[in-house]
Every structure is written in C-alpha cells, then in structure tokens.
Design a protein around this ligand. Structure first.
Ligand SMILES: Nc1nc2c(ncn2[C@@H]2O[C@H](COP(=O)(O)OP(=O)(O)O)[C@@H](O)[C@H]2O)c(=O)[nH]1
Ligand SMILES: [Mg+2]
Length: 265
C-alpha cells in the first residue's frame, strides 16, 4: 500500500543484503513494512542477524571467562575522545592491569598506531574490508581476539566504530559498556540516541577542559543521561588534561577485580 509522503521502499544505509539492515529493536519478519493506522510506519527487519550475533557473543563470553579476561566495550560518536581516553587510561593502569586493545574503524590504522605508543598490544579491525560496517559484531571480535594472547592479559578494551547508534545493538560478549559524550556534542544527545545510553554501564563526559569556552549546560547533559538511564555513573573527564580520571579509573579497576573475584568464588 502506498501512502502519500511515505517511501515504501526500505532504505538502509547498508545496501548489502547479506549485512544487517539495522535491526534496532524490531523483532519480527524479514523486510516487512507495516503502515500503521496512525500513518507512522514500523519496519520489521532481520531478527536472525541479532540472534546469530547473540550466540557468538555467548561463545566469546565463555572464552573471556575461561581466560579470566575482563572486556570493556567503549562507544561514542566519532571524535568524542575514545582513543585519547584510552591512551590516557592505559598509561595510568599499566602495568598494574595487563591490557590489550581491539580498535574498530571503517578505514585507517591511525588509532591503532596511537594506542600502540602506550606499549599495549593492539589489533586494528578495518570494517571496509567486509563492507564498511558501522559497528563491531561478536564474530569480528572473536577473530580479532585470536590474535591476542589471552593468557597475558586481564583486560581487553574494545574501541568500537565511532557511531552513537549501531554499536549499542551488538553484544560482543563484553562485561561492561561505556559511552563517551563530549561537551562539544550538545546536551541533548542522550535523549536523541537513548539506546546507547540505556545499554551502557557508565558514561564519560569528556573534554570538560573546554567548558570555559562553551555555552554548554553540563547539568542539563547529566539530566538527559539520567532521564534515559537513572543513576548511571557519570565521570566528568578531560582526556587531554587527565582531570577527573581518578574516579573513572577506580570504577574500572573495581569492575575488573569483581569479575575475577566472582570467578574464583
Ligand atoms: N580539548 C580536548 N580535546 C580532546 C579531548 N579528548 C579528545 N580530544 C580531541 O578530540 C579529537 C578526537 O579525539 P579522538 O580520541 O580521536 O576521538 P575518537 O574518534 O572518539 O577516538 C582529537 O583532536 C583529540 O585531541 C579532551 O578531553 N579535551
Ligand atoms: Mg578513535
């Protein structure tokens, strides 16, 4: 049925049919467009893709548990400061916590090169080799993890592809998820992109060194995060100056430690 003003052709920014056509939270038939009475439309897409990913994520979880590795999935829009935060974090926790990093980007090895400077093993994934995915899947993480000596590390940090939407949908078998929101992105992003903030265990509000130069309402940003995810821990940091890192590092260490304690009990 055609309704004026609606495109009934499904449009995905992934044109490849074998890849995930943005399943989001739709759980039913493949490729069905439902035109609702209220003229909004609901696109029901490939649940199967997420099911396959979930199985692989469970396998990853077993691998990580067996090897006593804590896995942190770091996500944000491009440019919020994932790599810079990671560099700073690694420089603080090394050598107390032995880490490795998997970096996902569509193209280039720039981030891997920056992280390698910390001396921590790093595996770069370029998703353009398999279609330019805007997120990392459990399967890709499993392949990358094969290149890391799991016995030698306590913590595996995944810098996901810069994107505030898609990575939140893909379980990779991680133990914790962190979202970075920088103060140059606007206060309202948590309510515009709620899934990411709902799915994460903590938020890092980055680039606070820039606050004196911006017309940014930090309290409003915090309120927006808590509107989507009440009581989510928020760490106000500057990855450039290291300001605010102590509570963030303490949280991370506590999470890593508690996984090992659980495992040994
Ligand atoms: N002023 C300031 N700039 C930052 C901070 N963190 C990152 N940046 C800058 O923001 C840009 C993007 O950072 P990057 O770590 O590459 O972000 P990513 O794309 O999320 O990995 C770079 O130019 C960084 O130097 C910060 O805390 N303060
Ligand atoms: Mg980066």
């Amino acid at each position: 049925m055609m309704l004026p003003g609606f495109k009934t052709k499904m449009y995905f920014h992934h044109q490849d049919s074998h890849k995930h056509p943005h399943p989001h939270s739709h759980k039913d038939d493949v490729g069905t467009v439902i035109i609702k009475k209220d003229r909004t439309r609901e696109i029901k897409v490939v649940r199967r893709v997420l099911d396959v990913n979930a199985k692989m994520a469970d396998q990853n979880r077993v691998l990580f548990r067996e090897n006593e590795v804590f896995v942190l999935n770091m996500m944000s829009s491009p440019g919020s400061g994932k790599t810079t935060t990671l560099q700073k974090t690694l420089s603080i926790i090394t050598p107390e916590i032995k880490s490795a990093v998997i970096v996902g980007d569509i193209c280039t090895t720039h981030d891997a090169e920056r992280i390698a400077e910390t001396g921590v093993p790093v595996v770069q994934i370029n998703t353009d080799t398999f279609g330019g995915d805007c997120h990392l899947t459990a399967h890709v993480i499993e392949k990358a993890a094969n290149n890391i000596d799991m016995n030698a590390i306590d913590l595996l940090i995944v810098e996901n592809v810069g994107n505030l939407v898609c990575p939140a949908e893909f379980d990779i078998g991680e133990d914790a998820r962190v979202v970075i929101l920088s103060v140059t992105e606007g206060e309202d992003k948590p309510v515009k992109y709620p899934l990411m903030f709902r799915e994460c265990d903590a938020a890092l509000l980055n680039k606070i060194d820039l606050l004196p130069y911006l017309n940014y309402d930090k309290e409003q940003a915090i309120q927006c995060i808590h509107q989507v995810h009440p009581q989510m821990p928020i760490f106000e940091i500057s990855a450039q100056t290291r300001e605010g890192f102590d509570p963030w590092i303490a949280w991370l260490k506590e999470r890593v430690k508690s996984k090992f304690q659980q495992h040994h009990n």
